[in-house]
Design a protein around this ligand. Structure first.
Ligand code: SF4
Length: 237
């Protein structure tokens, strides 16, 4: 089996509930989506980056692991595109007793479930339709998969949290619909966080919109946070 890695590096988490913590990032090549705010566009083609055997990729991970690296983050692109390879790499990391972290849009429940035995932390990135990540006709199918992944992750007692990008185009109507779907999950109170991440640059939301959307989530879940990407403010990858 082969794997295409776009890059692998140690840095500081710039998003989500692990903001500011030290991590080895394993960025998988390939993503089937086209979010207008994507900041990893060069990693979207499945033939981007470099190809490795699983054995060589494990050696690369070992060589890049620095002292006191507290977790390994499988990100992308979209890691579920190469789920079989991610499973092998995560297994390798778990043998070292280092926690593993999956950042995914969770577009495929079957692929997601296959990784669960080897993942500790899960970020599920829900998308609103305005992100243009898929054709509108495919949106409901992907959302259904995302919801099943969230439910499964919580039931398995993974440290699970939700992230949603907010742009100036995100409508209250659409956001409300998404929240209704998310908070209809029975075990939803066991999530470990709900992060609203403002889009940066063109399409950035204003403060009023962020506050309005914060209040909408707060109605359901008090620990909601608005967290901008650290990497837009300090010069690290
Ligand atoms: S799902 Fe993530 S990696 Fe894929 S296009 Fe959207 S933001 Fe970029």
């Amino acid at each position: 089996m082969k794997v295409r890695l776009f890059e692998i590096f140690t840095s500081i988490e710039g998003e989500g509930i692990f903001y500011g913590t030290k991590t080895l990032f394993v960025r998988l090549a390939g993503c089937p989506f086209s979010c207008f705010y994507c900041d990893t566009v060069p990693a979207l083609p499945i033939d981007s980056g470099n190809e490795y055997s699983i054995n060589d990729a494990c050696k690369l991970i070992d060589s890049k692991l620095k002292n006191k690296t507290y977790k390994v983050n499988f990100t992308g692109g979209e890691p579920l595109m190469q789920h079989e390879a991610v499973l092998e790499l995560a297994k390798h990391v778990k043998l070292k007793n280092i926690p593993t972290y999956l950042e995914s849009s969770c577009f495929d429940f079957g692929r997601f479930v296959s990784l669960m035995p080897y993942m500790d932390y899960i970020k599920i990135e829900f998308k609103t339709l305005d992100s243009k990540f898929v054709e509108p006709k495919n949106y409901d199918h992907i959302l259904k998969n995302e919801l099943m992944c969230l439910q499964n992750s919580i039931q398995l007692k993974k440290k699970s949290y939700i992230k949603i990008l907010i742009s100036s185009y995100t409508t209250k109507l659409e956001f409300d619909k998404l929240l209704d779907a998310i908070f209809s999950i029975s075990c939803i109170n066991n999530i470990s966080g709900f992060v609203l991440q403002p889009v940066y640059g063109s399409g950035a939301p204003n403060l009023n919109k962020l506050l309005q959307f914060y209040d909408l989530v707060y109605t359901y879940y008090k620990e909601v946070r608005v967290i901008p990407q650290l990497h837009k403010f300090i010069d690290v990858p």
